[in-house]
Design a binder for this molecule. Structure first.
Ligand SMILES: Cc1cc2nc3c(=O)[nH]c(=O)nc-3n(C[C@H](O)[C@H](O)[C@H](O)COP(=O)(O)O)c2cc1C
Length: 219
């Protein structure tokens, strides 16, 4: 059984990456083979180019654009557990996550009345978002709606999707270098010390649970 994590933040070893890595750790505990991808470090990539190569034989259902994202698109189809992580950028997902979503979802869409998807799967999916906003603000800022949209999209063909949030993240180590009057650096550090470890623990537990569910489906 295989689990993969895709960090769709340009930053490596920061909040989003740490969350997807914790979730992946849970899958390791379940005995899964794992692979970790940093989307922005995997070679240049683009969103959907509208070439329609995925809608014509011999590549129906498969994105034919050969760039840094290709390996990740293939790995998603082969994995039993898929962990996506994105930072919240301007109230939405990162451009990298959106590009991945466009390529993944559109290449699988048939444009046929009779059958919507080329392939349907029963994977376990985790969708993780990290943000400055804390979780209790998600409804008010409509971030919940954004996440719901992607959850519904994945659940229509990829598999059952759990959403996880790491809010009030530490954006930089040293806030004194910036004139960011919106943030209280002490409160940010406190959240990093107290809340973030809990979020990581939750991610690890969710990874373990997702792996357990995926394993029981394969029996
Ligand atoms: C371009 C950009 C836009 C952002 N917009 C938002 C936002 O609208 N709301 C929010 O809560 N945080 C926002 N943030 C903060 C990040 O979502 C947050 O710091 C996140 O944890 C960063 O993830 P990373 O550490 O994996 O890079 C933004 C950060 C950047 C760089």
């Amino acid at each position: 059984m295989k689990a993969i994590a895709i960090n769709c933040s340009p930053r490596v070893n920061q909040n989003t990456d740490m969350m997807v890595s914790a979730a992946l750790k849970g899958c390791v505990e379940a005995g899964f083979e794992t692979e970790h991808y940093n989307l922005y470090q995997n070679g240049r990539f683009t969103g959907c180019l509208s070439c329609f190569g995925c809608k014509r034989a011999p590549h129906e259902g498969e994105c034919i654009v050969n760039d840094g994202m290709k390996e990740i698109l293939t790995a998603i189809k082969e994995a039993d557990v898929v962990i996506f992580g994105t930072p919240n950028y301007l109230g939405d997902v990162s451009a990298g996550f959106r590009s991945l979503f466009e390529r993944l979802q559109f290449s699988n869409l048939t444009y046929q009345k009779e059958q919507r998807w080329y392939n349907t799967y029963d994977k376990e999916v985790l969708l993780i978002m990290s943000s400055n906003a804390s979780e209790e603000w998600y409804d008010q800022l409509s971030y919940t709606d954004v996440l719901k949209k992607y959850k519904m999209a994945f659940e229509s063909w990829l598999g059952h999707t759990e959403v996880l949030i790491a809010g009030n993240t530490l954006q930089v180590d040293d806030y004194s270098k910036y004139n960011w009057t919106m943030f209280d650096p002490e409160k940010k550090k406190e959240s990093r010390a107290k809340q973030f470890p809990k979020d990581l623990e939750k991610a690890e537990k969710s990874g373990l649970e997702a792996a357990g569910k995926a394993a029981s489906k394969s029996r």
